[in-house]
Design a protein around this ligand. Structure first.
Ligand SMILES: [Zn+2]
Length: 241
């Protein structure tokens, strides 16, 4: 799942600025908060299982088998987040971490039962599509708030999930999926936005974690044509830099 999220980084991952040229293992270690050696071991296991191959620059590439496994795990994680918010009453900021602890116990049938029971939701509480193919089709239509110019705006679609404190900030500030915002001033490393009547000042890092559909860009529906033609073995790549 981490390789998937790193390969398709919309709303999920900001490359580490700790040092120059991190390798794939370093980026995975950074995201999972484990040592680089453990991340290397995990990659070796995934290679042995035929989920991952290593590219010319040692980057991790999901094979067809790995990609299908990643899509199932991504769906399961997002579905369990919905269980936590919709049934158990956790808020979105709590649900991501809590789901990490329990989602591995859900098999495919349980995930599909949940999906039916919860009214066939399309997204996790943080706006990520349950169907990873939908996620990929939608990616090009979204932009981080940090890339918006003064006077432009749109609707928040996804929130970066990997940083618990940042996620908590978004919920406390009322910056959640489907909320409309407008950039009123953008300068000196901060972004001032309007959310309805309220004016909020965000840092660049905070603005980078909000993925917004610019005004006028059409919504990508969940049931549009399918992604995943054969031969796309190298589609999920964690670049070496
Ligand atoms: Zn989520």
């Amino acid at each position: 799942m981490t390789i998937w999220l790193l390969a398709y980084p919309v709303g999920e991952y900001v490359p580490s600025r700790r040092g120059p040229q991190p390798t794939a293992a370093a980026r995975i270690a950074d995201q999972l908060n484990v040592s680089r050696a453990s991340a290397g071991e995990m990659l070796k296991r995934l290679e042995a299982e035929g989920m991952v191959v290593r590219g010319e620059k040692k980057e991790a590439i999901l094979t067809e088998k790995g990609r299908i496994a990643a899509m199932r795990i991504v769906r399961r994680h997002r579905m369990v987040e919905r269980l936590l918010t919709d049934v158990m009453g956790y808020d979105g900021a709590e649900s991501h971490d809590k789901a990490d602890g329990i989602d591995a116990g859900f098999d495919d049938e349980m995930v599909e039962r949940l999906w039916e029971r919860l009214g066939r939701p399309e997204r996790c509480p943080h706006g990520y599509p349950l169907d990873a193919r939908h996620e990929l089709r939608e990616n090009p239509t979204l932009k981080p708030l940090s890339k918006f110019d003064t006077g432009s705006g749109g609707v928040i679609v996804r929130l970066a999930e990997h940083d618990g404190d940042l996620l908590r900030f978004f919920y406390d500030a009322g910056l959640t999926p489907d909320v409309e915002i407008e950039v009123v001033h953008e300068a000196n490393g901060s972004v001032t936005i309007h959310r309805g009547e309220d004016e909020l000042v965000l840092t660049q890092d905070q603005a980078r974690g909000l993925y917004v559909r610019p005004t006028g860009v059409p919504v990508v529906p969940a049931d549009a044509a399918c992604w995943g033609a054969k031969g796309e073995r190298t589609i999920a790549v964690v670049a070496a830099n």
